[in-house]
Design a protein around this ligand. Sequence first.
Ligand code: DLL
Length: 429
Amino acid sequence: MYWNRTMETLPPDELEVLQKKRLKWTIKQAENVPFYQKRLSEAGISADNFTLEDMARIPFTTKKELREGYPFGFFAVPMRKVVRIHTTSGTTGKPTVVGYTQKDIENWAELIARDLTMIGLGEDDVFQNALGYGLFTGGLGFHYGAELIGMTVLPSATGNTRRQIEMIEDFGVTAINSTPSYAMHLAEVAEDMGAGLETLRVGIFGAEPWSDNMRRELESRLGITAYDSYGMSEMYGPGASFECRERSGLHFWHDAYYLEIIDPETGEGLGPGERGELVVTPLIKEAMPLLRFRTGDITMLLEDGCPCGRGQKISRILGRSDDMLVIRGVNVFPSQIEHVLLALPEVGEQFMVYIDRVKHLDEMTIDVELHREYFSGELKDLAKVQKKVSDILRETLGLRTRVNLVEPGTLPRFEGKAKRVVDRRTGVW
Ligand code: DLL
């Protein structure tokens, strides 16, 4: 099922022509932003004589530069044309501000409409949108696209978990949208309440990294098929990239985003199958065009040829380059730890990672909840489980870790994006 079949399945030669035309338009739009005007003129690039080869000469745009433009320094249209503003959470300093024209809001809704149609959702579905509504792009972003395709939308947002579960049952919810960590919390509470969630069949999860083992766990506990959904505020929000029913990588809407993967250290371009940092140039953004934006997200381009007929795919996001932990010289992403823990029946899915520096050496400690079925009320005789967990972590991550088993239900649960790592080496977390 397609929402916009022509655009979703554009043949490569037509796509190249369209992308080039839209890149030119985006450069023209960016020339309204003093930051880009200066950059482009220094690089000797203008919209009028732009060729695809010029692309590599445009310097990357970084998150830091966006922040320096706070609040509206990257807007390319007068404020009276901006109909909405969202921001990132800004946990490290000023937030990034993103603006939208009316046309941007429509474009964004169309991309979401494509995503939801692609996985077989439509007018007959009841959609519980359990993402934050407000300055975060997740809630409102999905809301407009889901309404566009005629779904019945419940803007439940996050929190009040027991009420969310009652709503699923009472309103016959068929599809739920949340962060994977909140979905796991919902599953736990539903089990406690003895709720069967009979009508639920689809789960859409994104806004943070999650693993294939987490997918299996969510699917079996919620009785759903789970899909990965990726995006970021600078690309409108969610909707930019989404799994189709094959669930072997995420399609990236190729008429709306021009993609590159680079080596994060050298900036060199990488080809399909080579893992690196995603760099995005949106092709249709009016209020806030960006050129070669470094997302910080680690992924790779996949070879074309999805049986669904759509183009360009990326692999699941491993994490952000700044989430990558370097422990005694070994690189570890929290999503890898999650993947390992979820494969072990003795432990649950909730964990916290603490990094300390002890006598000049990095130490990683993982607190993990024991699985309810293995918890007899006392935490004794558990040395064997503890050893098993740390042995498997050592084998898979190549790193010795300290493992603490804790009682089920005692570690923090998250409604939005999970924060599972506390790095105490720098004193900042
Ligand atoms: O998280 C937009 C979004 C909302 C996407 C709802 C999906 C669902 P930001 O708050 O700007 O926007 O955060 C963007 O979140 O750069 C990634 O690091 C991370 N992220 C988003 N989706 C995924 C995913 C929204 N599916 C940042 N897998 C991105 C892994 C993800 N990481």
